[in-house]
Design a protein around this ligand. Structure first.
Ligand code: NAD
Length: 253
């Protein structure tokens, strides 16, 4: 299928981002995967090599404004007109509020909120010339519900939910849609690093589908939100892709 342009996926070398890159390539998009960690970048390059010049895996720190400006400019001028962005880069910490330092809180806001904002802003600057584009942010159920240990992370994702609405309103006049997904627990390197066995059991007790998602299960909803045909009247929404977590109350006796 012919596609209207290229897509940048931040955090595209791991977890949800990498699964999105694979889904978009399968759907005929040209994709720039941007990530921070050299080892993950090398692994992703090897995993995606069969797609040839349809994909680039590049290094960029989304919390660094100059690097974001360069990422978007180089994609637009050297890879193909930018149609979409998936803001999957993010960091998480699971710590009680009483032990959360200002430094940790600021670091999480810096990447998850300001980084997401910078990529969306720079992308919108080039997309507005064509009055077309779609931005998809990754929030979290922890940005909607009060989850234990999530003072910094949950606040950052709550900010992403509101940022998504604000940018949807501001960018509507530019022809650009902005949406988010709010994943429940997804088996990725990030979650493997922060979820203890006890945490896993606690999550499963609250997820009606009673399992963690695979990264690929996020990719379909994200691809739908990017698709100019399928989601052309959807903007400002945060769609829960959470196994029923945010719908649930009492889910077992
Ligand atoms: P992951 O750690 O597998 O992938 C995140 C990627 O982002 C990593 O490759 C990391 O190197 C990259 N990254 C981190 N900081 C960056 C920066 N400053 N610049 C560029 N890249 C950076 O994690 P994941 O689980 O795939 O998470 C993807 C997104 O989904 C995150 O925003 C996360 O908060 C969100 N999320 C994940 C879950 C889950 O259960 N896994 C649930 C809800 C939301």
């Amino acid at each position: 299928m012919s596609r209207p342009g290229s897509v940048i996926v931040t955090g595209g070398a791991s977890g949800i981002g990498l699964a999105v890159v694979e889904e978009l390539l399968a759907e005929g998009w040209r994709v720039v995967a941007a990530d921070l960690v050299p080892e993950s970048i090398e692994k992703a390059r090897a995993a995606l090599a069969a797609h040839g010049d349809k994909v680039r895996v590049v290094q960029a720190d989304i919390s660094d404004e100059a690097q974001v400006v360069k990422l978007v400019a180089e994609t637009e001028s050297g890879f193909g007109p930018l149609w979409g962005v998936v803001n999957s880069a993010g960091i998480a910490r699971d710590i009680p509020a009483l032990e959360t330092s200002a430094d940790i809180f600021r670091k999480i806001l810096d990447v998850n909120v300001i980084g997401t904002f910078l990529v969306a802003r720079e992308a919108a600057k080039v997309m507005q010339a064509r009055s077309a584009g779609s931005i998809v942010n990754i929030a979290s159920v922890s940005g909607i519900q009060g989850n234990l240990g999530r003072a910094a992370y949950g606040s950052s994702k709550g900010a992403v939910v509101v940022l998504t609405k604000i940018l949807a309103v501001e960018f509507a006049a530019l022809g650009i849609r902005v949406n988010a997904i709010a994943p429940g627990p997804v088996d990725t390197p990030l979650v493997q690093a922060v979820h203890t066995d006890q945490a896993r059991a606690a999550w499963l007790a609250r997820v009606p589908l009673n399992r963690y998602a695979q990264p690929k299960e996020m990719a379909g909803t994200i691809a739908f939100l990017l698709d100019p045909e399928k989601s052309s009247y959807v903007t400002g929404q945060t769609i829960g892709v959470d196994g029923g977590f945010t719908a649930g109350g009492l889910i077992g006796l």
